[in-house]
Design a protein around this ligand. Structure first.
Ligand SMILES: Cc1ncc(C[n+]2csc(CCOP(=O)(O)OP(=O)(O)O)c2C)c(N)n1
Length: 334
């Protein structure tokens, strides 16, 4: 009897897991279609400029699974799939941002004041009163200077530390649940060349704050490849001196591939658990990411990427790879 119940339970769990994966796939396709249509809208003159998250769908879906109520994002313009996955953006709102719609109801991130793809969530209600931030998913507003999200990330992580260490703040339950929140940062590989990135990583390590920093590494900063701007062509290798050692402060560094669901899942699970429990920073270097439509609507990447690179990107497209994994016989899903 008990065996048959547990078998049923296993089946139910397995079905729930498969349903979740199919939902993930659906959302990734939706986000990709929004990117493809977004470019067309700009190039046919209906919006001024567009910059999209195509190629980053899978890592962002996975990161969203570990983003809890009370957590906060300090990121940049590539994160539409993440925002869709945490339920803080709809496709309609995404396009309202692209068209710079001035109605706050239609375009809640900034009522058209910000560039499209600059995401945010509300912190206050219509009366100017604070919302219950500890019980909702939060994002600060993206800003145009690349890497400018970094010092803010440090401040947000430091806030969690202060809430955890300072019992006099424990009554402020709408801001923090005893400091258990993580500040999630995102950045592109080229923007890690900026001084402000290094200062912020150093500060996060010295202060020992709960920050999970993701680097979406597609190998290019617009048209400039990594070999011209990143030491050893790898930000995680360049950061080696920051790596946490036994009994030292520092950064826990993880590497994974942007098209490999299982690798991404286990990495984000480990990184977020480590940071949430120990209140120490971690960095997830997500490599082998693609950018199917190039940097933005203002360029054609076919002009600066080699044929080989473009072919590789087709083969290692994260949605394509995820689909292959879902359909493979040895994925363990039965
Ligand atoms: C301080 C600053 N310098 C330059 C720019 C122009 N710019 C916008 S995006 C970008 C490249 C960013 O590349 P990367 O960080 O790799 O992110 P990706 O767009 O590839 O995801 C540059 C140089 C800017 N917005 N801000």
């Amino acid at each position: 009897m008990s065996t048959s119940i547990s078998n049923t339970e296993i089946k139910i769990n397995q079905q729930a897991f498969i349903d979740e994966l199919l939902n993930d796939y659906k959302l990734m396709c939706l986000s990709r279609e929004a990117s493809l249509l977004g470019r067309k809208e700009v190039l046919t003159g209906k919006a001024k400029f567009g910059i999209f998250g195509d190629g980053k769908e899978l890592p962002q879906i996975v990161m969203a699974k570990f983003f809890r109520n009370g957590d906060i994002r300090s990121g940049y313009y590539r994160d539409q799939t993440f925002m869709l996955a945490i339920g803080k953006l709809t496709v309609k709102q995404f396009f309202a941002g692209l068209y710079a719609h001035t109605n706050i109801e239609k375009e809640p991130t900034s009522a058209g004041r910000q560039m499209g793809g600059h995401f945010s969530t509300k912190f206050i209600n219509e009366d100017g009163k604070w919302l219950d931030l500890a019980n909702q998913k939060n994002s600060t507003s993206d800003i145009s200077p690349t890497a400018a999200q970094m010092p803010r990330l440090v401040g947000l992580g430091l806030a969690s530390k202060m809430y955890r260490n300072n019992k006099e703040l424990s009554h402020l339950t709408n801001f923090s649940n005893n400091g258990n929140e993580i500040a999630f940062g995102t950045i592109g590989d080229a923007s890690t060349s900026e001084g402000i990135f290094w200062e912020s990583i150093n500060a996060a390590c010295v202060l020992e704050i709960p920050v999970v920093m993701s680097v979406w590494d597609d190998g290019y900063g617009i048209s400039v490849p990594k070999k011209y701007q990143t030491t050893k062509e790898s930000i995680s290798k360049a950061l080696a001196g920051f790596e946490m050692e036994e009994d030292s402060n520092g950064l826990k560094i993880f590497r994974c591939k942007g098209w490999n669901y299982q690798e991404l899942y286990s990495t984000y699970k480990e990184a977020t658990e480590f940071t949430r429990v120990n209140h120490k920073p971690s960095l997830v270097h997500v490599e082998e990411i693609t950018q199917p439509q190039g940097h933005s609507t203002s360029g054609s990447h076919e002009r600066y990427k080699s044929k080989e690179r473009l072919e590789w990107a087709k083969e290692f497209d994260c949605i394509q790879k995820f689909k292959e994994w879902l359909l493979s016989d040895d994925n363990g899903l039965g």
